[in-house]
Design a protein around this ligand. Structure first.
Ligand code: GYE
Length: 316
């Protein structure tokens, strides 16, 4: 009936910004490889919602850079107000970012970084300091070994790496390798688990077949850790005891494993970038200057500080 249409319209008018004020945003997301990524996508969708006055064009690239490049070209064609890019790997962005720049469309890089010859090709970057995370993990391992009286030569590490060439992999791997050089640990094997649980499990299984001395598994994200834990258990090992497990992200399910003792240390990586990105974008649209690089603060979790309250409060 006419009156129903009328009231619906009013509700819509109250909830949604007027058509002219709607800000169109194109977001090229890496994929859906991990729980971290899912939380990140959700945070962006919640922030850049219709109710908040945005028209978000969300593109899932399924871990392929070529899909991201196509998405960015589509955003340019649709004349979006700005582009958000979570790049799968660091290199290979110069051409398409130049196209965005030529079209006068600001680009905000989210989560992982780009490695471009000219940094005016993007407006700003916000994300994690993956090298710092890796270094923190290496220092933690050294402290752990010292406290237990384990000699450096008795530390046999398997590194299940993230997507090769991504900022998160580059930094976390480098942090570990620096520790290996500094303390003289034995780095037994290194292979990518593509940041997924299935690949993490597969890689752990094959490493366990090849090497019988692995006593530390350095998982470059939580989903890989979940896969590795399954593989270790299937091989009759007790994760967290026979084999020390180090992981990154600190999602809720992983913190539960810290509490139960299956994961020894978690290095937090916060995926809830939506509100931070929106604040930055507002400043940029007003013509305000913003820093080129913005890091997000992050914590370390071990059994002592991973209380029930901490886990219950965890938003991801
Ligand atoms: O650690 C992992 C995700 O780039 C920081 O990507 C991000 C990483 C995160 O798939 O779980």
């Amino acid at each position: 009936s006419a009156s129903l249409v009328g009231s619906e319209m009013c509700i819509r008018d109250r909830g949604v910004a007027a058509a002219d004020d709607t800000i169109t945003v194109g977001f090229s997301q890496v994929g859906a490889e991990s729980d971290w990524r899912t939380a990140n996508s959700q945070s962006m969708k919640d922030t850049f919602s219709k109710e908040n006055g945005y028209d978000l064009i969300f593109d899932d690239a399924q871990q392929k850079q070529e899909n991201q490049i196509t998405a960015i070209r589509n955003f340019i064609q649709q004349e979006v107000d700005y582009i958000l890019l979570a790049p799968v790997t660091e290199t290979g962005w110069d051409t398409v970012l130049q196209e965005a720049k030529d079209a006068d469309i600001p680009v905000i890089i989210v989560d992982r970084m780009v490695d471009v010859s000219d940094d005016s090709l993007y407006t700003t970057w916000i994300g994690t300091d993956a090298l710092c995370e890796g270094r923190k993990a290496a220092e933690w391992l050294n402290g752990f070994a010292e406290a237990k009286g384990i000699a450096a030569s008795d530390i046999h590490i398997a590194d299940i790496q993230g997507t090769i060439g991504s900022t998160a992999q580059i930094g976390r791997t480098k942090g570990l390798e620096e520790g290996v050089d500094k303390y003289g640990w034995d780095l037994v094997a290194q292979q990518t688990g593509e940041f997924t649980q299935a690949k993490g499990q597969e890689v752990m299984e094959s490493m366990l077949k090849q090497y019988d001395n692995i006593n530390v598994v350095y998982c470059e994200n939580d989903n890989e850790a979940f896969g590795a834990i399954d593989a270790l258990k299937a091989a009759g090992k007790t994760p967290g005891k026979d084999v020390t497990i180090i992981s990154f992200d600190a999602i809720k399910a992983a913190l539960k494993k810290v509490q139960s003792g299956e994961i020894n240390a978690e290095f937090e990586c916060n995926p809830l970038h939506g509100p931070r990105v929106a604040e930055l974008a507002k400043k940029i649209m007003k013509g305000e200057k913003v820093d080129k690089i913005q890091y997000v603060d992050e914590q370390v979790f071990t059994k002592d500080n991973t209380t029930k309250e901490v886990i219950n409060k965890r938003a991801y």
